[in-house]
Design a protein around this ligand. Structure first.
Ligand code: SF4
Ligand SMILES: [Zn+2]
Length: 915
């Protein structure tokens, strides 16, 4: 009997994010006879987080319908065959097996015969195949979304290939699908491929192809695109997991007559992690088990302390109080948990939040569309303080007009902030920033910008076609619907967000500031650190009057109908989606209710935002804040030149030219080095953790063993030797760089100069005495106030600079990335202005050549290739478009999850099945 239940309905057992957990594997619906959600309810911990929002499910269904659309199905077939170097089929036949095994066998045999007969390709949707090697058992089936059947190439011998595929409506973030998602998708394809390969009804002469195909949305209209990948490794992994599962099912059979379900589940070993488990239906049950545990070390599991760190911090929870070399961030989280009070990291503020020139933004994202927004609220901070929030809701969340409105709203604020900055200092205006409550808000905005940049670049090419009297065609040769030009206001926002996208490779840049991460730099909350991933949770700790019970507060935040960031709580997502589109069989759309729900949601976000800004205002400002700001300021000066001349200001990060990308390597290295140096100076926790780390060479612990007449240090490193100079960074909890006498000069080109620190050489006290080998007299030019027993963190001076004197510390400033950027106009001889390129195209081709010029050239090139028959649909194998499509061909089917009432997801499925 145990063998019969091995199938695992969707094959999820081999591919789920929770597959590493024995309890998860052992509670497969086919073992327990209950869906995962029912099981959670039986165990008295009904699943709240793992459900699929209606809007999300509707999107999945919309995508599935598009994949089955004849036009896309045959496109998927031909691109798949083309990518695998197979012949162009004379015809593509589409068939549907309706999830029926007999029908699948018949259709597969027909497809094989057809391919042999006349070379036709066949796409079969919704197949049913016996689970790997369990054809005769009463196992459930595996359901590949589709397969493509076609003849083998002549050199591969006779017969046919069957290529297995799945369709997944994965979101594109900044035009890319995350690797982790693709991996999971291909594992699922591999389950289908393994099962099909083992099935006796596959005709002789038909083989399962080594490669599989995943169909994902290529654009915001959910139009499908095929991605192929070698499945060899995925298939062996699946085979291994199935084996493992076999052994396990035999070892832990479930018999409901003799064993109560809670006892059965309780005996399965849990591999709990507060991050990944939150999408498992048993999350509540497993967490409760830990909360009730009397073993103090279970608290570490509950808090999500990584396995390898637990032995180092166990002393903090088992009553012995020993902390050893615990990373200070983990020790702080444990201390906050135990006391109910937030722990201060000791870092002072380096961020621009609340300063003039910042634009505060919150959004409510729709679950039905990757780039869809229900609403946005913005305000701008001026010299006179913040303006009122302005709230906007969108009746068509996924439409391109909504995306344009969002960029217009943002562009207007950013332009005003830039104008203000120019008024205060025309020569070197302060940088401007967009401040958001979480990373997802930044991702959504950047993805929208990326999308609109793609649209605008396509438009420039088509404009050239029209100017030259050519038809405007998509990459695949279909008539294009040419969009309107991007306005300068919207372009400012699009370009700013793309700048942010490239700047993400650099630690020290922050055109867009994540408010949550900013607050987390100063405040450590108790409870699992994943909880602090929500701004409302973190703020709750930062501004609490009374101690907090992390469990009670964590659950309160979980139950909140609202969220501080872009994504909505499931319940609110459903309410809003229903109000917008109506609900199947239960009611019609209600625009008034929709607007009011969106407003409520946005008001929660702005309220949390304001509390976070207020909490930050309580924290002192670092002596080094201007240093940080000057790096961003220099970089934005380059960006402004790009923007004003339309020169490489719309380049998406994924499309940065190779030479530019290679040139960035050095910029990234310098940025990285400067970032660690500034961090060592400003953040005591980081400095501590680096000094503890044996792999670090620059920061070292030292203890004061004599304070007078001269300072003698016992240095905790063999790397520092007689004559090495060190700079004192931290004394116990005191941060030297933040002292009242410290001055930071940012005006110098190339480096910051920090005066007021203690710098000097070490002198071995008694080099011949092995017992005193670590003792050094220290002779700083500026003696610090220290006492015997003080614990210091000192840095190797040579890490910072080669300055000879012991007065100042200099920190090299990273040079801004000015590749492919116009040169300043003040530089008379070769500076760039609006007419420089036209006057001297050769001399200015790598600086101020505009997108208009570039795209016109590319348009001409594509037209020439088209006339030579080198473009789709003439070319075989089909030419892939590296740019992606953000404009749908005229009349091509598009997916609109808002078109009609939403559908509830089947109860048996969880978010893990669609993500
Ligand atoms: S919540 Fe985590 S530990 Fe519990 S069954 Fe699910 S994956 Fe395993
Ligand atoms: Zn130029």
């Amino acid at each position: 009997m145990a063998v019969a239940v091995l199938g695992g309905g969707s094959g999820a057992v081999g591919t789920s994010a929770h597959a590493a957990c024995q309890r998860y594997r052992g509670t497969d619906p086919l073992v327990t006879g209950l869906t995962r959600r029912k099981l959670a309810a039986e165990l008295k911990f009904p699943d709240v987080a793992g459900g699929i929002p209606q809007a999300r499910w509707t999107r999945a269904m919309t995508f599935e319908r598009l994949v089955r659309d004849e036009r896309f199905a045959s496109q998927v077939a031909t691109t798949t065959l083309g990518q695998l170097d197979l012949a162009r089929p004379p015809a593509v036949v589409i068939a549907d097996a309706d999830g029926d095994m007999d029908r699948t066998a018949t259709l597969v045999a027909d497809a094989h015969a057809r391919a042999i007969d006349d070379g036709s390709a066949t796409v079969i949707h919704d197949l049913s195949v016996p689970f790997i090697g369990h054809e005769d058992a009463d196992a459930t089936d595996v359901r590949p979304d589709f397969v493509v059947v076609g003849p083998k190439a002549p050199h591969e011998g006779g017969g046919t290939w069957v290529i297995v595929g799945d369709a997944k409506d994965y979101e594109r973030v900044r035009s890319r699908v995350e690797d982790g998602r693709l991996l999971k998708g291909f594992l699922q394809v591999a389950v289908g491929a393994e099962s099909l390969a083992a099935w006796s009804l596959v005709p002789d002469g038909m083989d399962v192809h080594r490669w599989g195909v995943l169909v994902v949305p290529k654009n915001s209209f959910l139009q499908p695109e095929a991605v192929v990948e070698d499945l060899t490794d995925h298939r062996s992994e699946i085979a291994m997991r199935v084996e493992e599962r076999l052994a396990e099912a035999a070892a832990y059979p479930f018999d409901p007559i003799t064993t109560p379900i809670d006892e059965f589940v309780g005996h399965l070993r849990a591999t709990y992690d507060p991050v990944s488990c939150s999408s498992c239906t048993l999350f509540g049950y497993c967490r409760d088990e830990l909360e009730r545990s009397t073993d103090p070390t279970d608290l570490l599991i509950e808090l999500g302390v990584p396995v390898e760190v637990r032995p180092r911090v166990v002393g903090l929870v088992d009553g012995t109080g020993e902390s050893g070399t615990a990373p200070s961030s983990v020790a702080a989280m444990i201390a906050a948990t135990q006391t109910g009070r937030p722990v201060d990291t000791g870092q002072r503020r380096i961020d621009p939040v609340g300063l003039a020139g910042t634009v505060d933004v919150v959004v409510a994202k729709s679950d039905a569309a990757a780039l869809g927004l229900h609403g946005i609220a913005t305000r701008r901070v001026t010299a006179a303080g913040p303006t009122e929030w302005s709230y906007v809701h969108f009746d068509e969340p996924q439409s391109s007009s909504t995306r344009l409105s969002v960029m217009k709203v943002l562009g207007k604020e950013i332009s005003s902030a830039m104008a203000d900055a120019r008024r205060s200092n025309a020569d070197a205006p302060d940088p401007v920033h967009v401040v958001v409550p979480d990373k997802i808000t930044a991702d959504v905005l950047a993805s929208i910008a990326d999308n609109l940049a793609g649209v605008e670049l396509s438009r420039l090419r088509w404009q050239r076609d029209i100017d030259e009297g050519r038809p405007a065609l998509t990459f695949d040769g279909e008539p294009a619907s040419v969009p309107a030009p991007l306005s300068e206001t919207a372009r400012t926002a699009v370009s700013f967000l793309l700048e942010e996208d490239r700047a993400r490779a650099l630690t020290l840049r922050a055109p867009v500031v994540d408010l949550r991460a900013t607050l987390a730099r100063h405040v450590v909350a108790g409870g699992p650190s994943v909880n602090s991933g929500r701004l409302d949770y973190l703020v709750g700790w930062a501004d609490a009057d009374d101690p907090i019970d992390h469990r009670v507060f964590g659950k309160k935040i979980e139950r909140s109908p609202h969220t501080p960031g872009a994504r909505l709580a499931n319940g609110t997502s459903d309410e809003i989606h229903k109000a917008l589109t109506g609900h199947r069989g239960k009611g019609a759309a209600d625009q008034v209710r929709y607007a009011s729900l969106v407003r409520d949601e946005l008001e929660y976000k702005t309220a949390v935002f304001e509390r976070a800004v207020a909490a930050l205002a309580e924290i002192e400002t670092s002596n080094l804040r201007d240093a940080y700001r000057s790096i961003e300021g220099d970089a934005q000066a380059v960006w402004r030149r790009r923007l004003s001349l339309h020169a490489s200001d719309l380049v998406r990060f994924g499309r940065v030219y190779r030479t530019w990308r290679n040139g960035l390597v050095e910029t990234i290295e310098k940025d990285d080095r400067c970032a660690s140096q500034l961090l060592a100076l400003t953040n005591p926790q980081e400095a501590f953790d680096r000094a503890v780390d044996a792999g670090n060479r620059e920061l070292v612990f030292a203890t004061v063993v004599e304070a007078t007449p001269e300072i003698v240090l016992e240095v905790n490193s063999r790397r520092l030797v007689d004559g090495d100079r060190v700079v004192l960074l931290h004394v116990n909890d005191r941060n030297c760089a933040e002292g009242p006498d410290v001055e930071v000069k940012t005006s110098q080109k190339g480096a910051f100069k920090i005066s007021g620190l203690s710098i000097g050489p070490l002198e071995a006290v008694d080099p011949d005495d092995p017992a005193r080998r670590a003792a050094f007299a220290w002779l700083p030019s500026r003696p610090p106030l220290v006492a015997v027993g003080d614990r210091l963190i000192v840095a190797d001076f040579a890490w910072f600079s080669t300055l000879k004197g012991n007065k100042d510390l200099s920190v090299d400033k990273p040079t801004p990335d000015d590749q492919q950027a116009p040169k300043p106009e003040t530089n008379k001889s070769d500076g760039c202005g609006p007419s420089s390129y036209d006057a001297d195209p050769e001399g200015h081709k790598f600086c101020c050549k505009s997108h208009e010029h570039n795209e016109a050239e590319w348009s001409d090139e594509l037209a020439a290739r088209r006339s030579r028959g080198e473009m789709n649909p003439q070319a075989w194998p089909p030419v892939r478009n590296a740019d992606g499509f953000d404009v749908a061909a005229k009349g091509s089917p598009v997916g609109d999850p808002f078109d009609g009432p939403g559908e509830d997801a089947p109860d048996g499925l969880t978010i893990d099945d669609v993500e």
